[in-house]
Design a protein. Structure first.
Length: 296
């Protein structure tokens, strides 16, 4: 049989006993290391919270932020302070001029009733922190899925999010509180997270995804939606309560079985991190703080 002439973009594969299988390949899809081995510098996105001291740079020093453009999950039981933490991060980032998209699925942003709504609480938090609410509101975009139920449809949410990112141009941070918004059924959640992660990496957006713990065991990758969700995130932070034993007991010098409120980074593919437990508390005015440094 006369051999066919092939272009540079055509490759013939003979494998698994299948002969004369011709596959057209776009060779631009194949990446090679760049000339000189270009290496970027590990950069942190500052949150102005205790998280900034837990991620480490190449010299094992605090990164002074979370890895920039990282896709970060925060997992734990209800009431441990996950929402309090991301609310503070949103306020501080917007106050510094960063565009922030805040997606809320568990608390209405603005209520027409006498309810002390999320907007009112955020205004009060900004005041306590000494931040400029007028500056914050110019950089904060709210997607309220309780008030606007159509945002619970993935297509509508995705289109609205993309519009904000590509039209406003200043978006640097996404916060979703919580991932239950995306869970039409368990197996689909990891796909939604992967879609967001890919888009955010392409557009330079750091993201925090608040996740409920799905199992009785604490301090595990037990995110609602399954282990596949954790695999699609760059880092997972656990904020939870547990009975002190083993490393938790030793790190925080607690009595055996003493109930302890803690934070621990479980994983990060982008940077090093402090693997020890950090003891936490929720202050009377509604902030999540590391007990070792109440100013953070």
């Amino acid at each position: 049989m006369e051999e066919k002439q092939k272009s540079e973009d055509e490759v013939t594969l003979t494998e698994y006993g299948i002969e004369d299988l011709e596959v057209k390949v776009d060779t631009s899809l194949i990446e090679r290391p760049t000339e000189g081995g270009e290496k970027k510098t590990l950069v942190g996105l500052q949150t102005w919270t205790f998280l900034d001291s837990l991620y480490l740079n190449e010299t094992n020093q605090p990164l002074n932020g979370v890895p920039i453009v990282g896709q970060i999950g925060i997992v734990g039981l209800s009431g441990v302070g996950k929402s309090l933490l991301v609310q503070e991060i949103a306020l501080r980032a917007a106050n510094e001029g960063k565009g922030v998209i805040f997606v809320t699925s568990e608390d209405s942003w603005r209520s027409e009733t006498k309810r002390y709504d999320l907007q009112s609480r955020m205004i009060e938090k900004a005041k306590v922190l000494g931040l400029d609410w007028n500056k914050i509101k110019g950089n904060l975009y709210i997607l309220d899925t309780l008030v606007h139920s159509e945002l619970r449809e993935w297509t509508t949410l995705a289109e609205t999010y993309r519009y904000l990112v590509e039209e406003e141009k200043n978006i640097e941070l996404l916060i979703i509180d919580s991932l239950s918004l995306l869970e039409s059924y368990r197996g689909l959640l990891k796909v939604r997270v992967l879609d967001l992660s890919r888009y955010n990496q392409k557009h330079g957006i750091t993201a925090f995804y608040v996740c409920q713990r799905s199992e009785e065991e604490t301090d595990r990758f037990s995110i609602s939606g399954g282990i596949g969700v954790a695999h699609n995130l760059d880092s997972v932070i656990c904020i939870d309560f547990a009975k002190a034993m083993g490393q938790l007991k030793d790190d925080l010098q607690k009595k055996q079985w003493e109930i302890t409120h803690f934070t621990r980074i479980l994983s990060c593919r982008l940077s090093g991190f402090d693997r020890k437990y950090t003891e936490m508390e929720i202050t009377n005015n509604g902030f999540l703080r590391a007990k070792s440094n109440r100013n953070l």
